[in-house]
Design a protein around this ligand. Structure first.
Ligand code: ADP
Length: 236
């Protein structure tokens, strides 16, 4: 979940957050963490303050993408205090990854600490619902199988009354590192077709860009460093 906030530094107080956006997908590995991270950085570049809540219980990767691995979070009277990832303190992050003692430790939670990994979505929606306006961006890859998964995700949003801000098609074509031309390795346009079918906005396609994946690996700011790349144009 990425929230654009009036004061992201106020721990435990979501009332000051102006917009809360859930980044959802039908399955893992399609780019939820990537889109959340780059969306936060793009909003930061527009002068906004953003807080990211990474509720990926099985493989929290946003701390690495923002070079915040191993940073300590602590609790205060009103809850967990997030980590600021930039010196201007415009982007803050709270991740399950900060609660693990070692980076490769698995999350094995039972009882009240865990509401059930299969219904983390539901738990997040329930916890955030009082803080509307709440909306979801659904991320998919172009392949049909993933589009099938995303259809179920859209059904989830409809059943829980969650507004769908729109669909993003990620990994849509491959950017050649030499000439920057984008080739459609897989079929393209599934996300847009699905959006039309479901009557929700299509927000755009983000190509597979080796510079983007390298930036995410190394925790660098892709938005700032690669303004010429096709993925930059898709994200900003
Ligand atoms: P999820 O959060 O849905 O599990 P991730 O955001 O972790 O997925 O993405 C999976 C992998 O794919 C990551 O290693 C990420 O760096 C890479 N990736 C995602 N989107 C892109 C893209 N548009 N260009 C290049 N690499 C990408």
């Amino acid at each position: 979940a990425a929230g654009e906030s009036a004061d992201a530094g106020e721990p435990g107080n979501l009332a000051g957050v102006r917009h809360i956006i859930l980044i959802l997908s039908g399955k893992g590995g399609v780019g939820k963490s990537t889109i959340s991270t780059e969306l936060a950085l793009a909003l930061r570049h527009e002068g906004k303050k953003v807080g990211i809540l990474d509720v990926d219980l099985c493989g929290p990767s946003i701390p690495r993408m923002l070079q915040a691995q191993g940073r300590a979070v602590h609790q205060c009277d009103s809850g967990w205090v997030p980590v600021f990832v930039d010196k201007e303190q415009n982007v803050s992050l709270m991740s399950v990854g900060f609660l693990l003692e070692k980076p490769d430790e698995a999350v094995v939670w039972r009882g009240p600490k865990k509401n059930g990994t299969s219904d983390e979505h539901m738990a997040a929606v329930d916890a955030l619902r009082p803080y509307s306006p709440l909306g979801a961006i659904v991320v998919t890859t172009p392949q049909a199988v993933s589009v099938g998964d995303v259809r179920r995700e859209l059904t989830f949003c409809r059943k829980t009354g969650l507004r769908v801000i729109g669909i993003v098609e990620n990994m849509s074509g491959l950017v050649c590192p030499h000439c920057m031309e984008c080739t459609n390795v897989f079929s393209r346009g599934g996300g847009e077709e699905l959006a039309r079918h479901a009557g929700v906005p299509f927000l755009g396609s983000v190509p597979l860009d080796p510079e983007l994946s390298r930036s995410l690996e190394e925790g660098r700011d892709f938005i700032q460093e690669f303004p010429q790349s096709p993925a930059f144009h898709a994200l900003c």
